[in-house]
Structure formats: structure tokens, C-alpha cells
Design a binder for this molecule. Structure first.
Ligand code: ASP
Length: 497
């Protein structure tokens, strides 16, 4: 029998669709909770469902808090907040649909959602992300050293670096401007009712507090100082991409200053290392359909579809902005600066697009982006090896665009008019934030706190949007990697003259 061979990108696409279907069939029930407690020193698990009320009492029997049937997330968040010593003393009553007591206990140590098979398979996706991530650092290091060693002209390197930086800042600024324009036109914050606002704020209150506490300030001077690693091995061990780029470029250039006889061995070593990593990407990509299936299925199964309708206009504004950025800005760069065909560009990048979407991480996608850019777009390693890792770290158009929409949305909900000066401040801080945003899932929302504070919009407002952040994170990671790829084309074309 003839074996039918399905192209990898089709397999990944099928995995995306089937994963979404599987996840929605085996989705987490929002009317169920898993309560774990100790009774006579034995750990017991109890599943409770369809409660009409759940009441928490303190040790003297006073009611501490009461929750309704739709409060699954609030109950979990509320329990997490209680300190361990208190937890065991708290008593919980679960009332069924007819308000009769159906379960009561104390000694509780955990309250969680009841996971389904769609979530239990997530470790397969995690292994896939880990394989991609471990590839990224050696790949960047090796290809950058070989790239820098072949440029052998400091002036040329300086020119490439400056051009890349200018391109990155410009596309990011354009992205936020698109985001702000869309949010000004659609005004999603004025299309949400007061009741939904209250519900979102109280449900995601504690998750928000957690994010706000992680807020990192960016100091532009520190940012540049920190690019120089004190210890390159520590930079590699910590995965600090900018420091790795700095070390690799300096190291690669210095190789051109020593005798060829000696440098050739080192260059060959790193060249082989880079080829090995690219080979490894090809193998890792063979399991991509399974990884993608598991990641999408777990995300869909755990997604709060009920809040979708409340935030539909906000989501629409972000998605429209990302779409405009993708179909206007990148094609212009590819066509006018890269002098290449736009359709070919998107075709060449389709594997990387699918991986960015399913992993929500431009860092994990970096090896795939590098493979697509080098093998499909035929960009020389010395350019892609420099432009892409730098872009994965400092160029996040999708994230910046989303931050623009989110800031205006929250301001609109709180009735704050940012005006033109406020919006310019948003552009400036979002460009800075996008440089400082680590290319991993969910960091965009943490940096958003900094932008909100810069324009005096209450940071607690991120509770309004946190519930749909995962899906938007998946989407914004796509322009994050496409921006880097299109700019690598523009730089390569400019340098080939
Ligand atoms: N997930 C994004 C990335 O890795 C960053 C973010 O927006 O949270 O590119």
C-alpha cells in the first residue's frame, strides 16, 4: 500500500484544529471543584458540582465569604490567598441546587478545577516547548559567532546593527499607533456594561495583584549597561539573549583578528554546532503536531468562553490591529525593502507562525523562525543569526500593539480621557516596554502595568482583560516573530548590494 505523506505544515494545521475540537469536547467544567482535605490524617479528594452556594467559615464559626454557582475562579483564587496555617482551620459548606447542605468539611489544603484528559495531555506540549527552548541558546550562540566571524568589518557590523535597531523601533512604534487608532475608533471600553465590569474586576482581582507585584521598571541606562555580560557563561546559563548576542558578536569579530590557522578550528566547530542545531530543529519539528495538539487542547479546555461575549469588542480591536499590522506593515517591508514576494514570505514562514501561535513564545519559536528564514527565505546566516535573536528579544510589535489597545480600553472603562499627550506617552513607554519584554508567554500583560502607571490609569484594570489574555497572547506572538523575519529580509537585501 502506498504511504500517503502529508506535508508538515498541513499536519500542524490539522493538529491545531483537532486540538481545538478535542479541547472543547473535554473542556473543564466550570461548575465543578476538586476539594482536597485531611481527615484522620488521610488525604481525601472530593469532587463537588452544581453548587448553589459555597460558604467559608472561620474557626469560631463566623461566615468569612460566600460564593454563588458561577464563582469557580473566585473560589479558587480566594482559597489561594488564605495562608497555610489558616487554611486547615477554615470550614466549608457546599449547598446543592435546592440549597440543602451536600458537603461540609474542614482541614482543606487545596481547591482546584477538575482537570480533564484535554488538560492532562499538556505535558506533551511542555516537552515540545522545552525541546525548542533548549535549542535556542546554542543555536543563537553558534550561528552568531560564525556570522560575526564572516563579517570581519566593524563598520559593516555597526551599520547592520544600527539599521536593525531603527527598523525594530519603527515597526514597534507603528504597531502601537495602529493599536491606538483602532481602539480610538472602536472604543471597546465604552461598549462594556457596569455589571460585567464589576464581575471581571472581582473574579480576577487576586490574579491581577500577583501580576502587579511582578511589575518591573525599565531604566534605559541600566538596559544598555546590562547588555554587557559580566560573565558570558552566566549569560548563557541564564538565557539572557542580549548578553549572549553581545558576547557572540565580540567573540566572532575577534576571531578575525587572530591567525587564520587557529581561528578556522573554532569557526568550524561553531559552524558544525549551528548545523547540528538546525538538524535538531528538523527532528523536533517532527513531533510538532503532537505538541501543538496538546497545547491547543489544554488551552481551549481551560478557556473561559463565558467571558468572551463580555470582551468581544476589546478582543475584536486587538485582533483587527494585529491583522492590519500583519497585512500592511510586513508586506511593505518585504516588498519595498526586501524586494521579495509577499505570498512567498508568508508561505515560507507558515511553520513558525503555527508554532508561535501554539506556544505563545517567540523565544521557543526562535529555532523554527531561524530555520524558516535560512532555509526557505535563503537569508544568509550572518544576517539572520544576528537580526533574529536580537528581534526576539527587543522587537515585539504584536505585544506593543496589544498594550496600546489594552491601555485605551482600560482607560475608557474607567472613564479616563488620555488625550493626545497621554497617548504619546503610551507610544513611548510601550516601545520601551517591548524592548524590555521577555519573549515568553504572558509577559506582555506584566509590562502593561508599567504603561498604565505611566499614564495614571489604575493597574487593577488589568483584571478586566486577564481572562482572555492567553488567546490574545497566542495571536500577538505571530506578529512578534513575523516582524523579525521581515526585517531580516530587508537587512539582507540592503547588505547584498
Ligand atoms: N508571548 C509573547 C512572546 O513571547 C510576549 C507577550 O506578549 O507576552 O512573543
Amino acid at each position: 500500500m502506498k504511504k500517503i505523506k502529508i506535508a508538515l505544515h498541513i499536519q500542524i494545521l490539522l493538529a491545531l484544529i483537532l486540538g481545538a475540537i478535542f479541547g472543547s469536547i473535554f473542556s473543564i467544567d466550570h461548575n465543578k471543584l476538586n476539594i482536597e482535605y485531611l481527615k484522620n490524617n488521610q488525604e481525601i479528594e472530593k469532587e463537588v458540582s452544581n453548587w448553589s452556594k459555597i460558604i467559608f467559615y472561620d474557626e469560631s464559626g463566623n461566615v468569612v465569604s460566600e460564593f454563588a454557582h458561577s464563582d469557580q475562579l473566585k473560589i479558587i483564587a480566594n482559597f489561594k490567598k488564605i495562608n497555610d496555617a489558616q487554611k486547615s482551620k477554615i470550614k466549608v459548606d457546599v449547598l446543592d441546587k435546592n440549597s440543602n447542605l451536600s458537603f461540609s468539611t474542614n482541614g482543606i489544603y487545596s481547591i482546584s478545577k477538575v482537570n480533564t484528559i484535554a488538560v492532562q495531555i499538556k505535558p506533551i506540549g511542555d516537552i515540545f516547548i522545552r525541546l525548542l527552548s533548549f535549542l535556542a541558546i546554542p543555536m543563537v550562540l553558534a550561528s552568531l559567532i560564525v556570522g560575526a566571524a564572516s563579517i570581519d568589518d566593524i563598520k559593516k557590523l555597526g551599520r547592520i546593527g544600527t539599521k536593525t535597531f531603527v527598523f525594530y523601533l519603527t515597526t514597534t512604534a507603528l504597531a502601537i499607533t495602529i493599536g491606538l487608532t483602532v481602539a480610538n475608533v472602536i472604543q471597546p471600553g465604552n461598549l462594556i456594561n457596569a455589571q460585567s465590569k464589576e464581575r471581571l474586576l472581582s473574579t480576577f482581582q487576586s490574579e491581577t495583584a500577583e501580576k502587579i507585584s511582578k511589575n518591573v521598571d525599565i531604566d534605559i541606562v541600566d538596559f544598555f549597561v546590562n547588555i554587557v555580560p559580566k560573565n558570558p557563561f552566566a549569560a548563557i546559563a541564564d538565557g539572557n539573549m542580549l548578553q549572549i548576542v553581545f558576547f557572540a558578536v565580540v567573540f566572532g569579530m575577534m576571531l578575525t583578528f587572530i591567525s587564520k590557522e587557529k581561528s578556522v578550528h573554532v569557526i568550524n566547530f561553531f559552524d558544525a554546532m549551528s548545523d547540528t542545531m538546525i538538524k535538531l530543529v528538523e527532528y523536533v519539528m517532527k513531533i510538532a503536531p503532537f505538541g501543538v495538539f496538546a497545547l491547543i487542547s489544554a488551552t481551549v479546555a481551560d478557556f473561559g468562553f463565558d467571558i468572551l461575549s463580555t470582551l468581544i469588542w476589546y478582543m475584536f480591536a486587538v485582533i483587527l490591529g494585529l491583522f492590519l499590522q500583519t497585512i500592511i506593515v510586513y508586506p511593505i517591508i518585504v516588498k519595498y525593502f526586501g524586494k521579495s514576494n509577499i505570498i512567498q514570505f508568508f508561505k515560507a514562514m507558515r511553520e513558525a507562525i503555527a508554532i508561535a501561535f501554539s506556544t505563545s513564545s517567540s523565544a521557543a519559536t526562535l529555532p523554527v523562525t531561524m530555520k524558516c528564514v535560512e532555509q526557505n527565505l535563503k537569508i544568509p546566516k550572518k544576517i539572520s543569526g544576528f537580526v533574529l535573536p536580537l528581534g526576539a528579544t527587543i522587537n515585539m510589535d504584536g505585544t506593543a500593539l496589544y498594550q496600546g489597545v489594552a491601555t485605551l480600553f482600560i482607560a475608557q472603562v474607567y472613564g479616563i480621557d488620555l488625550g493626545i499627550t497621554g497617548q504619546i506617552t503610551v507610544v513611548l513607554t510601550a516601545v520601551l516596554a517591548s524592548i524590555g519584554t521577555a519573549p515568553v508567554p504572558g509577559v506582555g500583560i506584566i509590562m502593561l502595568v508599567m504603561i498604565l502607571q505611566a499614564v495614571h490609569v489604575p493597574a487593577e484594570g488589568i483584571a478586566l482583560i486577564i481572562g482572555v489574555d492567553r488567546i490574545l497572547d497566542m495571536l500577538r506572538t505571530i506578529p512578534n516573530i513575523l516582524g523579525d523575519a521581515s526585517i531580516s529580509m530587508a537587512i539582507a537585501k540592503g547588505e547584498s548590494k
